[in-house]
Design a protein around this ligand. Structure first.
Ligand code: HEM
Length: 679
């Protein structure tokens, strides 16, 4: 067993080293990181030293974090390999095992068996590579130019690693004297995999018909354990489609192979009986990372850990807010009608003939405009309001918000061409609202001023994130994008546009669905609903998407001018902020002591948007958030709080209680993210 541990250990160290070499452009990387010592450091006695002490703490923490990474790359790799082998050793033979496997397990050679299987799978590849290597060496002797030479050297290293690994594995295979049948694999169903969705039950995943136990790899995953846990009990492929580095380099694939425990028995796949009468049977497949609040209709949000990774949210991770089944629309024949409403005689003259347009016309005859916009559901963070008192509607977390680059025709241009409406005549014609109808029977309106404003940027969008088609869940083939306004106005599957003196009828404008009442109203009884305007532009919002746990070992002590001792520790946090109406984010404040003191975060992507046309969110981060460590002990929890300020100097309210409302809308209270205190 020692030898098999060594083999796994070698594999990990080499895989990591290989990766490091390749990520540094071929040069061999020598890292020596100094780990922080376990006790607090006493630094100095002046106040300027307090600053130095903070800076020290910051850099020590950075080194510590780099140290964590390094640990993954070296020590943990080893401990992973041994814990993996130990775990397998402890396992009792499973009655479902084949005899050969049982024998193999009985002699404690499961790992070796896997390696042997892997070895055989790889023999052909190795042979091919040996050929390739010989060829390379010949070429190297032929004085290849410097750059090229480096590449070859790198490849040679890789093959050295491979040779080492295969040599060891071969020896192990020989030592079990052929008892480990390399091809005897355990078979599992997808249901078996799905049952292993937590650390307690062990974390399994599948990938291309193979089954893996990734439990012992969780803490070693370079992308973090939380991301890997998102795939617990599921197929990894949709995740790796997002993070293609896994498939583009062989590092992740090699690691995955060492975690294999069996294969999927596709013949035993449970038959899914399609209920032909189910109106949702044609809904599209959704990304498994989305948290499902309801499947029919689909109401799903991405986890914060993925939401803050990319400025433009990948389309498959966008929050889904549907009211009905996703309509099936043929883009080639789909038509959009533009009509005037029940207007005065004058207004009826305006549109003597209604216009019927199609997608091809929008694409061909109108300038293609692009807008990067954040869309947020009016009920985002409703779950936080529900903690005060249950409101009504989906209990969204913080993820009912996403950002994309949309492309399409300007609504303003289309209204001018097809209805003759513009900024000069709309008032005279008595037009106050533009109503959008979706093929799912949704309808919602926006004020005409927003639709016609040259600065409103309202789009009839047919593209999302540079993809030529909108995904079905996000309005294929055409949706409205009303930047800065609440999500519901961005009507999907657009089929009709109506110009009207009245706003849309139905729950989404005139009903209570998007009206905010005072915290004292638990029902609408006695309320004049018509007097309460429906939501259009949204208030300022900010969220902490990630924050690092606190390491007490990194605390530093210093004295201020009055000679008082202060022990502090630092942490880091990241998130996003956004405000409705295009109001740019001008500041983000973060606190780790219940709001007694605040530090200003650094604004990142999105900070350069125009002050009054900032349609998309602004990312922020802070890496030196200070926490008084004098009373902290391991196991404590700290809340990292955030609040933002927009270009109109709007700020967020402290608590949710003061803004609780019957429909659970507009929760923009300070957001809190809990971190743990560690030794
Ligand atoms: C057992 C399955 C997995 C294995 C073996 C694996 C392996 C790896 C490896 C080797 C890297 C480093 C790649 C590099 O530096 O080029 C990595 C990074 C990463 N992984 Fe995975 N991974 C797995 C599952 C996942 C899943 C399910 C997700 C997403 C939910 C994920 C997200 C990421 C991300 C975002 C990074 C980049 C981290 C960074 O750049 O900070 N991985 N993974």
């Amino acid at each position: 067993m020692k030898r098999s541990s060594f083999v796994l250990s070698s594999l990990f160290s080499e895989v990591v080293a290989l990766k490091r070499r390749s990520s540094k452009g071929g040069g061999i990387l020598c890292c020596s990181f100094s780990f922080a010592s376990s006790s607090s450091q006493y630094v100095s006695s002046s106040s300027s030293d307090a600053f130095l002490s903070r800076e020290n703490a910051r850099s020590t923490r950075k080194n510590h974090n780099r140290g964590k990474e390094e640990r993954w790359r070296t020590t943990k790799a080893r401990s992973f390999s041994s814990s993996q082998s130990n775990e397998k050793e402890k396992k009792k033979p499973n009655p479902r095992m084949s005899i050969v496997e049982a024998v193999s397990a009985a002699i404690g050679s499961f790992v070796i068996g896997s390696l042997a299987a892997y070895l055989i799978e790889q023999q052909e590849e190795q042979a091919a590579e040996t050929e390739e290597e010989k060829e390379e060496e010949t070429k190297m002797k032929e004085n290849i130019d410097d750059d090229d030479g480096k590449i070859k050297k790198k490849k040679k290293k890789k093959n050295t690693w491979r040779r080492m690994f295969f040599k060891e594995a071969k020896a192990e295979a020989a030592s079990v004297a052929g008892t480990a049948a390399p091809k005897a694999v355990k078979m599992y169903t997808r249901l078996d995999v799905a049952e292993h969705d937590s650390i307690e039950k062990r974390v399994w995943c599948s990938y291309k018909e193979n089954v893996y136990d990734v439990t012992d790899f969780l803490d070693n995953h370079p992308g973090g354990r939380d991301l890997l846990l998102l795939a617990a009990g599921k197929d990894i492929e949709p995740f790796w489609r997002l993070y293609q580095a896994h498939v583009n380099s062989d590092v992740a694939m090699e690691m995955l192979k060492t975690l294999k425990i069996g294969e999927l028995d596709l013949e035993k796949e449970p038959k899914v009986d399609v209920d032909e009468t189910d109106p949702y049977k044609n809904d599209p497949e959704r990304h498994p990372a989305l948290k499902c609040h309801s499947a029919k209709p689909a109401n799903m949000e991405p986890p914060l850990s993925l939401l803050r990774r990319e400025y433009l949210t990948p389309s498959s991770l966008w929050f889904v807010r549907n009211h009905s089944p996703v309509p099936i629309i043929d883009a080639a024949t789909h038509e959009i009608t533009i009509v005037s409403g029940e207007q005065s005689q004058d207004n009826l003259n305006l549109l003597r003939t209604k216009a019927v347009i199609n997608l091809e016309h929008l694409k061909k005859d109108f300038e293609k405009k692009t807008v990067v916009a954040t869309v947020q559901c009016g009920g985002n963070r409703r779950g936080g309001l529900d903690l005060i008192k249950k409101s009504s509607g989906t209990g969204w977390g913080e993820g009912a918000i996403s950002t994309a680059k949309f492309a399409g025709a300007s609504l303003r241009d289309v209204l001018e061409v097809h209805a003759g409406i513009n900024l000069h005549n709309y008032e005279r014609l008595g037009i106050k609202h533009v109503i959008f109808y979706g093929a799912d029977d949704m309808r919602a309106s926006i004020p005409i001023e927003k639709a016609l404003s040259p600065f409103g940027d309202v789009l009839l969008a047919y593209e999302m994130n540079d993809c030529e088609e909108l995904p079905r869940d996000h309005g294929y083939p055409l949706r409205v994008i009303v930047p800065g306004h609440v999500g519901v106005r961005n009507v999907k599957w657009l089929s009709k546009i109506k110009l009207c003196s009245e706003e849309a009828d139905g729950p989404w404008n005139r009903g209570i669905a998007y009206k905010g009442f005072g915290p004292g109203y638990s029902s609408v009884e006695g309320l004049n609903i018509d007097s309460v305007p429906t939501m259009q532009e949204m208030p300022i919002q900010s969220v902490v998407a990630e924050a690092e746990n606190i390491s007490l070992s990194l605390a530093t002590t210093s004295k201020n001018d009055d000679g008082e001792k202060r022990t502090v520790v630092q942490t880091s946090a990241k998130g996003f902020a956004w405000s409705g109406g295009g109001r740019a984010i001008i500041r983000v404040d973060v606190s780790a002591n219940k709001g007694l003191s605040w530090q200003t975060a650094t604004l990142k992507e999105g900070a350069d948007q125009p002050l009054s046309k900032a349609w998309a969110w602004t990312f922020w981060e802070i890496d030196d958030l200070e926490i008084d460590a004098s009373k902290l002990k391991p196991g404590d929890e700290i809340k990292v709080l955030v609040k933002a300020v927009d270009a109109s100097y709007n700020a967020q309210p402290e608590g949710a209680a003061a803004i609780w409302n019957l429909r659970g809308l507009n929760n923009n209270s300070w957001h809190a993210f809990t971190v743990k205190v560690e030794e």
